[in-house]
Write a protein that binds this ligand. Structure first.
Ligand SMILES: [Zn+2]
Length: 454
C-alpha cells in the first residue's frame, strides 16, 4: 500500500535532513524523498533506517529466564548447550511457530525491521524427517507472515557432532541433514509461497565442527550468490579442537580454504587473533556480533579495535534472544570494547560522527550485506525499513542530532520507539506491535505446554 511519511529530522545517506517527506510505493520501496516540505500525512519526530538483526535462533527466546541456574559442575557455553538440547526436544512445530512469532514481534518493537534467521531445527523428535523436509522452515515463514518482519531465512547444514566427524549425539538429531537432504531443503524453500515480496534466502553451515570440510567447500561453490553464514571462533575449546585437527586456527583455515567475500558473515569471532583479523578483513566478509548473548554465554570479547583498523565491517544479532533490545545490544557492544581496551569511544569508524551515529551506520551496512536485502539507507529504490523515534523529552533539549543518538544509546531511560516500518508495512504503532495480543496469547499457550514437559 502506498504511503507518505514525514519526519522533522531524517537520517539520509548524506546526513541529517529537516522536514523531509518519504514517498513509499505499493511494493514497500522508497519512491521519492523531498526535503524542506511542510508536515503532512503521517508525522514523526525522528526517522532513521531500521537495521537488520543479522543472527537469531528464534526458538531460544522461550528459554529466557530458565537457563540461569547452576545445576552442573561446570557452568559454561557447553553446559548451556546441554540445557538447550533438552529444551528443544519438547518443542512441537506449533510451539516453534508461536515462539518465532513472539521473538519476531519483540524484534520489531525493539526497532529491527528484519531478521536473518539461522535456522537449524529441521527434524521431528529423535531426528525423524518430516514428509516435507521444509516443514520447520515453513513455520519460520508462517511466523514472519504473522509478525510482518522482513525475513532472510538461512537453512543450516548440520552433519556431525564434532570436528573429527562423529555421529550426532542425543539432542542434535533434530538438526541433522545430509548434504543431499540440505540441497533438497533449499529447493523446497525456494518454492515456498510467501505473501511478502521482501522474503530472502541464504545458506549456512552451523560451524566448522558440525559440517564436513568437503560439504563446506561444496556449499560455498553451489550457493555463490546467496548470503552464507557460519558460527566461528566463539569458544576456546572449539578453536583448540580445530587447531589440533587441522593445524590452523578456524578463521585462518577459512581464509586459506574458502573463497570468502562480502556475501559471507562470520558469527561471533570472539576468539580472533590480530593476524586473523588482518587476513579476514581483506576478504570483505562481515562479522556478526551478538554482544548480549556473548556476554550471557561467557564467550569472550571480540577484537574490535584491530578489526576496524583493518577496515573490517560488522553488524549485530540477537542470537539466543535472551534479551531483545537494539539499543542495549549497541551499548553492550561498545561497553565490552571499553572494558577490554581500558579506553573510551572504541568502535568509531568515522571522524565526523559521534560514537552513537557511527555504531548505527556500521550495523546498518553490516546488516545489509549479511541479509542480502536492499536495506540500511533511506534512499530511493531501497526497502522502506524505517524506525520512527520520539526524541522530544527534555533529555534531548539542545542536543544536536548526533548527540541525540548518543543519549539514546547510552542514557535513555524510557522506550522512545514510536513506529517501525518493514518494507513499508507499519507494524509497530506507538511502541506496540499491531498483532501483539494474539501473538502473546499463542506464545503463552506454547510455553505452558513446553514447561509441563520440561
Ligand atoms: Zn547462533
Amino acid at each position: 500500500m502506498k504511503k507518505k511519511i514525514w519526519g522533522k529530522r531524517v537520517l539520509l545517506p548524506g546526513g541529517w535532513s529537516s522536514n523531509t517527506l518519504i514517498d513509499i510505493d505499493q511494493n514497500g520501496k522508497i519512491k521519492d524523498i523531498k526535503k524542506n516540505v511542510q508536515p503532512s500525512n503521517q508525522v514523526f519526530d525522528t526517522l532513521i533506517p531500521s537495521p537488520m538483526n543479522l543472527h537469531s535462533h528464534c526458538f531460544q527466546r522461550a528459554m529466557s529466564g530458565l537457563s540461569e541456574r547452576s545445576d552442573s559442575k561446570t557452568n559454561d557455553f557447553w553446559s548451556w548447550r546441554n540445557f538447550m538440547y533438552n529444551f528443544l526436544n519438547k518443542i512441537s512445530p506449533d510451539h516453534f511457530e508461536a515462539i518465532c512469532a513472539l521473538a519476531q514481534m519483540e524484534m520489531l518493537e525493539a526497532g529491527y525491521a528484519g531478521v536473518v534467521e539461522f535456522h537449524y531445527l529441521h527434524n521431528d523428535l529423535s531426528g525423524i524427517r518430516f514428509h516435507n523436509i521444509s516443514e520447520m522452515s515453513q513455520r519460520v515463514i508462517n511466523a514472519s507472515n504473522k509478525s510482518g518482519i522482513g525475513l532472510t531465512l538461512l537453512p543450516v547444514l548440520y552433519e556431525q557432532s564434532g570436528v573429527k566427524g562423529g555421529n550426532l549425539i542425543s539432542g542434535q538429531d533434530r538438526f541433522g541433514l545430509k548434504l543431499c537432504e540440505f540441497n533438497k531443503l533449499i529447493e523446497e524453500v525456494i518454492s515456498l509461497e510467501n505473501k511478502k515480496g521482501d522474503f530472502h534466502i541464504g545458506v549456512a553451515a552451523h560451524s566448522l565442527r558440525a559440517v564436513k570440510k568437503i560439504s563446506l567447500k561444496e556449499l560455498s561453490k553451489n550457493f555463490l550468490n546467496y548470503p552464507t553464514h557460519i558460527h566461528v571462533a566463539e569458544q576456546m575449546k572449539e578453536v583448540s579442537e580445530i587447531y589440533s585437527a587441522w593445524s590452523k586456527r578456524p578463521i585462518e583455515w577459512m581464509v586459506e580454504n574458502l573463497d570468502l567475500n562480502e556475501k559471507w558473515c562470520l558469527i561471533h569471532c570472539t576468539q580472533m587473533h590480530d593476524y586473523e583479523a588482518k587476513l579476514l578483513a581483506k576478504s570483505g566478509a562481515v562479522i556478526g556480533l551478538c554482544p548480549i548473548t556473548e556476554a550471557n554465554l561467557g564467550d569472550g570479547i571480540f577484537n574490535g579495535r584491530n578489526w576496524l583498523k583493518e577496515g573490517g565491517k560488522f553488524g549485530i544479532g540477537t542470537d539466543s534472544n535472551v534479551k531483545i533490545s537494539l539499543f542495549e545490544e549497541l551499548r553492550t557492544l561498545e561497553y565490552s570494547q571499553r572494558l577490554k581496551y581500558k579506553s573510551r569511544i572504541v568502535l568509531k569508524t568515522a571522524n565526523e560522527y559521534t560514537i552513537g551515529r557511527s555504531l548505527i551506520e556500521s550495523v546498518l551496512e553490516g546488516g545489509m550485506l549479511a541479509s542480502g536485502r536492499k536495506t540500511g539507507k533511506i534512499q530511493k529504490g531501497y526497502w522502506a525499513d524505517i524506525l520512527a523515534l520520539d526524541l522530544t523529552s527534555f533529555d534531548y533539549f539542545d542536543l544536536n542530532d548526533n548527540e541525540k543518538l548518543d543519549y539514546l544509546i547510552f542514557s535513555e531511560k524510557d522506550v522512545v520507539i514510536d513506529s517501525v516500518f518493514s518494507a513499508g508495512r507499519l507494524l509497530v504503532k506507538n511502541g506496540k506491535h499491531i498483532n501483539k495480543k494474539k501473538i502473546i496469547t499463542n506464545y503463552k499457550l506454547a510455553l505452558h505446554e513446553i514447561l509441563k514437559k520440561l
